[in-house]
Design a protein around this ligand. Structure first.
Ligand code: PNW
Length: 532
């Protein structure tokens, strides 16, 4: 007890350190409004493992990693991952130690419906998620559930997956099963995680499971069906469940922020924003609904020039436009990175991700030399982008509630003193504060990606996003908090960006001063012991 009090004193002293004072003196706001919620996120395939256990059948990522040579950069798969199917109590404990308001996780479609259809509901899968939800609720953490985080049952992929119009019904039936099972416990639902990524990376680039290269055709079919599927699930909830459970639903979009390259006007950036954000937002959030008109026109003209009898971007019917429009309770926003947009030079080869069909617009995406690099080539660090993107959403779709469902930094080394990640969180959260206080953006929550290192899709275990490090060579998949876990926990608990001196001096001193280094390490360990 005495020891804990001592630790607490150190934390309190650190919390009221000079860094806080100077920020206040500078006049910048450091406190989040009291209603603002903080959480962290994972996704089923990235953490659960147990790929063929307890009645689960394979989904597209199981099959992709197992059968396509070179599909995953390190040749790995998600068969065991963080073993969270077995170790979920540790995940709940980490979320509780961080003091999170909510924990976002996803449900694996074939773990609940092994055939892909609701003819058979797998009780073991149902129990797993029920126990996880109850475990969270017992420690006062809200479960935020993603219905689809890229795990299409392989049986449905064999029937065409997201390019088959029937997927709308398949998905809606699955969503209804989840609402029936869990709506009493879950009040915030994400229908689809990043349709832009699962349509474009799969069909435009052929790099994500199931790896079908069909640029300009498959991506548009997928985009269209994803929006209809989302809308159908939202309407099912709205009509059959809302009056009883009062939950909120939206999809979440990964939005890359685009600015014009030097010498280019905003027109080029605005056009690519309509492709990246608009195609997955305009049909739901705009007043008129339907595809962004400018994109619809360009694709129709190109299709005609290319000899297609109809546009490759299938238009929505009037009924469909009405059916999709307004199917939201908030805007789910995932933010990682940004690019500059410029008109492509004649014959320019646009390369891979994050180019995603920008050739349709004759636009090339480049990186500003001043932007900070991360160890991953696609991941350029641009904190202002999160604020500018939200301001853009407000301008385009009105002052809707925005919920940041993912934001976080990948690096490639497993070290615990992840000062780069602490800086990343701090700088992005500062931009979120500016959005609230300067731009009047209605942003209500922030989600750190990710609670722990996990299976990063085509990058395998190479990229690490975790607040907690996971030892993948250990059969118990030991989880250890990083400095960023300590920092984020401090933000969550104090609701402010106040930086404990522990960390400030850590960055300031690094190798310069051995004594302060030792003090810092001791402080850091003491602080961590409080979290434990
Ligand atoms: C998201 N981009 O994917 C996914 O929702 C997570 O499952 C994933 O682990 C996380 O972000 C980190 O990659 C993204 O290029 C893929 O901007 C690509 C981008 C953003 C998010």
């Amino acid at each position: 007890m005495l020891y804990r009090t001592f630790v607490l004193c150190i934390l309190v002293r650190n919390t009221w350190s000079s860094s806080w004072k100077s920020e206040v003196e500078e006049g910048s706001k450091v406190h989040f409004p009291p209603w603002f919620k903080f959480g962290s996120a994972t996704a089923s395939h990235q953490i659960e493992g147990a790929w063929n256990a307890s009645g689960k059948t394979p989904h597209i990522w199981d099959v992709f990693a197992h059968t396509v040579p070179g599909a995953i950069s390190d040749g790995s798969n998600g068969d065991v991952a963080c073993d969270s199917y077995r170790l979920w109590r540790e995940d709940v404990k980490m979320a509780a130690d961080l003091g999170l308001d909510f924990y976002r996780f996803s449900i694996s479609w074939p773990r609940i419906l092994p055939s892909g259809f609701p003819n058979h509901i797998n009780e073991e899968g149902v129990r797993y998620y029920r126990e996880l939800m109850d475990g969270l609720l017992e420690v006062g953490i809200e479960p935020v559930v993603t219905i689809y985080h890229w795990e299409l049952p392989q049986s449905l992929q064999d029937l065409g997956g997201w390019t088959n119009p029937l997927v709308v019904d398949w998905y809606a039936d699955y969503a209804r099963v989840l609402f029936t099972l869990y709506a009493d416990r879950v009040k915030t639902w994400i229908t689809l995680n990043e349709p832009m990524v699962f349509c474009e990376a799969t069909y435009t680039l052929g790099s994500h499971a199931p790896g079908i290269l069909s640029p300009g055709i498959g991506n548009f079919l997928c985009n269209r069906h994803a929006l209809l599927a989302h809308a159908k699930a939202w309407r099912i909830y709205d009509q059959e469940f809302r009056h009883k459970y009062h939950g909120k639903l939206a999809l979440t979009n990964n939005l890359l922020w685009f600015e014009p390259d030097e010498g280019h006007g905003d027109e080029v950036a605005e056009l690519v924003r309509e492709l990246g954000a608009g195609m997955y937002s305009h049909p739901i959030y705009s007043k008129e609904g339907g595809w962004p008109p400018v994109i619809e026109k360009i694709i129709a003209e190109r299709s005609r020039r290319q000899g297609y009898p109809k546009s490759r971007l299938p238009p929505f019917t009037k009924e469909e436009i009405k059916f999709i429009r307004g199917t939201y309770d908030f805007y789910g926003f995932n933010y990682y990175t940004a690019r500059l947009a410029r008109w492509a030079k004649p014959g320019e080869v646009l390369g891979k991700w994050p180019h995603f069909g920008t050739d349709e617009l004759n636009i090339s995406l480049v990186v500003k030399p001043e932007w900070k690099k991360s160890p991953l080539d696609w991941f350029i660090i641009y904190p202002e982008g999160i604020r500018r993107q939200m301001k853009w959403l407000k301008r385009k779709y009105g002052n809707i509630e925005i919920f940041i469902m993912e934001n976080g930094l990948a690096n490639i080394d497993p070290r615990l003193d992840d000062t780069d990640r602490v800086d990343f969180y701090r700088e992005h959260l500062r931009q979120v504060l500016l959005s609230i206080y300067e731009d009047g953006v209605n942003v209500t929550g922030y989600t750190a990606w990710s609670l722990m290192d996990n299976y990063e899709w085509i990058d395998g275990y190479h990229s690490k996003f975790g607040l907690y490090a996971v030892d993948f060579s250990d059969s118990e998949r030991r989880r250890t908090p990083r400095a960023s876990a300590f920092y984020y926990s401090s933000v969550v608990r104090t609701g402010s960006l106040v930086l404990p001196a522990t960390y400030t001096s850590y960055t300031a001193s690094s190798s310069k001063n051995a004594l302060s280094y030792i003090t810092i390490v001791i402080n850091f360990m003491l602080a961590l012991s409080l979290i434990k």
